[in-house]
Design a protein around this ligand. Structure first.
Ligand SMILES: *Cc1c(COP(=O)(O)O)cnc(C)c1O
Length: 398
């Protein structure tokens, strides 16, 4: 493995961390397409299972291609260790199961990725108490935290309303509550380029690598990162025994490759997003724009403080609710009508009927997800072309 003594820059790390020399001088990461690994003798097999000796056993417990990728992600998040998973949901569930038992309490922010919301509701049947609260107001959290709160779970910016939560304030509050309270942050929308939750005091950061980390819309994958101790639990209890959510070596290779261009892509995504927000501002058919970079957006100052820039996810409400929203989605020509995000292509979707359809009407209201809200994942096309496409579709609203 490359041994970098001096702290190098983010872009350098996206390219070089995790890379290593194989016997042939291969520049690309070798794909270890194998389920199992041969031991030299029975004693060695025993030592490996007892974790007395490093080395590989079976690909559900570790694979050289995946480990190279995990080393890169850990470096970018400033973590001791990372675990790759076969989806973002695999990372989230593998990072929660090991740390909870019946009688525990989980506090989650009220606006969450739809399947995370569904999972946190499902686990209530195991007598785990879960409350969804507005964490954009730290006083709400102060009021809701309990002695048995084991996990505080949040997304910032949140999917799809871009809610901004003060990670440092949440982490401080958790530490005051109990040394047992873990703060888990879903950093999918920001990426490690724009925000590092662990450096702000969070215990575990989770990602859907399907999105910006891979960046090319062709793989489903995820990550969890944190201390060695916590990641040992996530890997050997959460992933090995609970979820079995293992990333294939081939997909690990694709994410490893995609992440090399993370910084240049993020810069262009953000630059495009800012231009689009400017172009949509004041549009006669738009009721409200949700973007943390707007100076009047709630917690804009916190976003400014904890993020390097404001990201490239935008949401907007059109006048005339869902009917007008449908007109926009059915009339765009360049933007693709699809869920997911962080791809080269600009993607447009309707949270209430798509990504957040796991919420009831009442829950959508509670979470601040308006029926006419449209979510836009700004791609890497020329900003003028995206703007022209959106404006002509908005013009179709009578
Ligand atoms: C997509 C997404 C997930 C789930 O990730 P998958 O890779 O689809 O399992 C979790 N959190 C956020 C914020 C997401 O956008």
């Amino acid at each position: 493995m490359t041994d970098i003594k001096k702290e190098r820059g983010f872009a350098t790390n996206t390219i070089h961390k995790g890379s290593y020399k194989d016997g042939f001088g291969s520049l690309g990461l070798p794909i270890y397409q194998t389920s199992t690994f041969i031991f030299d003798n029975a004693e060695q097999g025993g030592r490996r299972f007892a974790l007395e000796e490093g080395g590989y056993i079976y690909s559900r417990l570790g694979n050289p291609t995946n480990n190279a990728l995990e080393e890169k992600l850990a470096a970018l998040e400033g973590a001791e260790a990372a675990v790759s998973t076969s989806s973002g949901m695999g990372a989230i569930t593998s990072s929660i199961w090991p740390f909870i038992k019946a009688g525990d309490h989980i506090l989650a922010c009220k606006t969450l990725y739809g399947c995370t919301f569904a999972f946190l509701n499902e686990i209530k049947k195991f007598n785990v108490d879960v409350d969804f609260i507005d964490m954009t107001d730290i006083n709400e959290l102060k009021k809701s935290v309990k002695d048995n709160t084991r996990i505080i779970y949040l997304e910032t910016p949140a999917n799809p309303t871009l809610d901004i939560i003060d990670i440092k304030a949440v982490a401080n509050l958790a530490k005051q509550n109990s040394s047992d309270t873990l703060v888990i942050v879903d950093n999918t929308f920001a990426t490690p380029y724009l925000q590092n939750p662990l450096k702000l005091g969070a215990d575990i950061v989770v990602h859907s690598a399907t999105k910006y980390l891979n960046g090319h819309g062709d793989v489903v994958a995820g990550f969890s990162a944190g201390s060695k101790e916590l990641m040992t639990q996530v890997r050997f209890v959460g992933q090995k025994d609970f979820t079995g959510s293992v990333l294939s070596a081939h997909d690990a290779f694709l994410i490893f490759r995609g992440m090399k261009t993370l910084e240049v892509r993020m810069k262009k995504h953000v630059e495009n997003a800012k231009k689009i927000v400017e172009a949509l501002k004041g549009n006669k058919n738009i009721e409200k724009i949700y973007y943390p970079g707007l100076s009047d957006f709630k917690n804009h100052d916190i976003a400014k403080k904890q993020m390097k820039d404001f990201g490239a996810m935008i949401a907007f409400e059109v006048k005339g609710g869902i009917e007008s929203g449908r007109i926009v989605m059915n009339n765009v020509k360049l933007c693709s009508l699809a869920v997911s995000l962080g791809d080269c292509e600009t993607l447009i979707e309707h949270p209430a009927s798509m990504t957040h359809s796991t919420y009831t009407e009442e829950e959508l209201k509670e979470a601040g997800i308006a029926p006419g809200l449209i979510r836009l994942s700004v791609g890497l096309e020329d900003s003028e072309d995206i703007i022209e496409d959106l404006l002509q579709a908005l013009d179709k609203i009578k």
